[in-house]
Design a protein around this ligand. Structure first.
Ligand code: PMP
Ligand code: GLN
Length: 381
């Protein structure tokens, strides 16, 4: 049967495409972003503990109370935010679901949503499935900084939402305090809501601080702030994340959440609550942990023909390959995977229009042995 597609321009996500190609060719997979090392043993022990202890039926719709409390404590400790565990925190099935749910709760057909390109690939389809119109502000090569004049020019009476993401995937750039003040000014006097994708909140390098929306009361009062346990605790396959939002926004979020997914895997929630309480330093030390990996990977590529861009946060490293090839990045990553045995992500797929830069993204959330093996192959090109 033929149906008219609601997403005619969308194919299979690049993460699935590249991970599959890497597996087919036995390539080292530095494409899709996930660690190749284990989560903390104590966290795993807690999940099996709670399964054996009987936490196997539906948890509360918004998430178990101890986890919501641990989240509230964390955002208070790190960002000075006071959030009500009953009405302002919801546990979600990954950040992807949290973002989709926030969009579904707010965006009506014809509403405009501003995103920053290159843009994480789930935002656009989430907006379009809800009848919204995507408006792109451009983050320009090579520093991928927002142009606030352009953002202001994109705001119209139809603008319902702006989605920001810092640290930013795929560029690895971070928003500064000045950016947050620009955003505050840009939306002052409007009804625009913000979705702030902060899944890499604990991975900001070189001593910079993460500029969470939760530090800025005038933004926080109209924002859905999203983080992901997948990134913080090396458990991307668990698909558990959370959303923090003021009571009125969260009430609308939960109306959608309860019918999109209702609730989230019960024993992992209890395990995460214990682990966050017992080991708050794990998240605090994550930036140092990944900065070591960033520096190791950059060293590996020092004598290669790749040109490395800065990586200020996330676990991604952008690289230019002009000195190697003038192929399109989508062709180059295919050849890199099949002929040279290293998979990467082409950055052009995150932009609505063709870009002239030839840039690819590597994920360095890997053991040193993996990064060293990839480094040897990349230096040989
Ligand atoms: N936003 C960004 C910027 C991401 O990089 C990712 C995934 N890595 C997500 C959202 C989705 O997170 P999750 O796996 O928790 O759905
Ligand atoms: N966020 C991960 C990345 O950027 C991938 C998540 C996914 O595969 N959907 O690589």
């Amino acid at each position: 049967m033929l149906i008219s597609s609601k997403l005619p321009a969308v194919g299979t996500t690049i993460f699935t495409v590249m991970s599959r190609l890497a597996a087919e060719h036995g390539a080292i997979n530095l494409s899709q972003g996930f660690p190749d090392f284990s989560p903390p043993a104590r966290l795993l022990e807690r999940v099996t503990h709670y399964m054996a202890a009987g936490a196997n039926q539906y948890p509360p719709m918004a998430g178990v109370l101890p986890l919501r409390e641990a989240i509230a404590e964390k955002v208070n400790r790190l960002y000075g935010a006071r959030v009500d565990v009953e009405s302002e925190v919801t546990v979600t099935a990954g950040a992807t679901q949290a973002i989709f749910t926030a969009i579904s709760a707010c965006v009506r057909p014809g509403d405009e949503v501003i995103v920053f390109a290159p843009v994480y690939d789930s935002y656009g389809p989430g907006i379009e499935l809800n009848g919204g119109v995507v408006k792109y502000a451009q983050l320009r090569f090579p520093d991928y900084r927002p142009d606030w004049t352009e953002v202001r020019s994109l705001i119209t009476p139809r603008t319902r939402m702006i989605i920001i993401n810092s640290p930013h995937n795929p560029s690895a750039a971070v928003l500064t305090a000045a950016d947050m003040l620009e955003l505050e000014q840009a939306i002052n006097g409007t009804n625009i809501v913000i979705v702030s994708d902060e899944v890499y909140e604990h991975v900001v390098f070189d001593g910079a601080r993460h500029e969470s929306v939760l530090r800025y009361p005038r933004l926080a009062e109209r924002s859905f702030v999203v983080s992901s346990f997948g990134k913080t605790y090396h458990v991307t396959g668990w698909k558990i994340a959370y959303c923090v939002a003021p009571r009125e926004l969260m009430a609308e979020f939960r109306k959608a959440h309860q019918f999109i997914v209702f609730t989230v895997h019960h024993p992992s929630q209890l395990a995460l609550a214990d682990f966050m309480r017992e080991a708050p330093e794990f998240a605090d030390e994550l930036a140092t942990f990944y900065q070591g990996k960033r520096d190791f990977f950059r060293q590996q590529l020092e004598d290669s023909r790749f040109t490395l861009l800065p990586s200020a946060g996330t676990y991604f490293q952008l690289a230019q390959y002009d000195a190697i090839s003038d192929e399109a990045d989508t062709d180059f990553v295919r050849r890199l995977t099949t002929q040279h045995g290293v998979a990467a992500i082409p950055v052009s797929v995150f932009s609505p229009h063709a870009t002239s830069e030839r840039v690819i993204r590597f994920c360095f959330a890997k053991n040193e042995a993996t990064l060293a093996a990839a480094g040897a192959r990349l230096r040989a090109i």
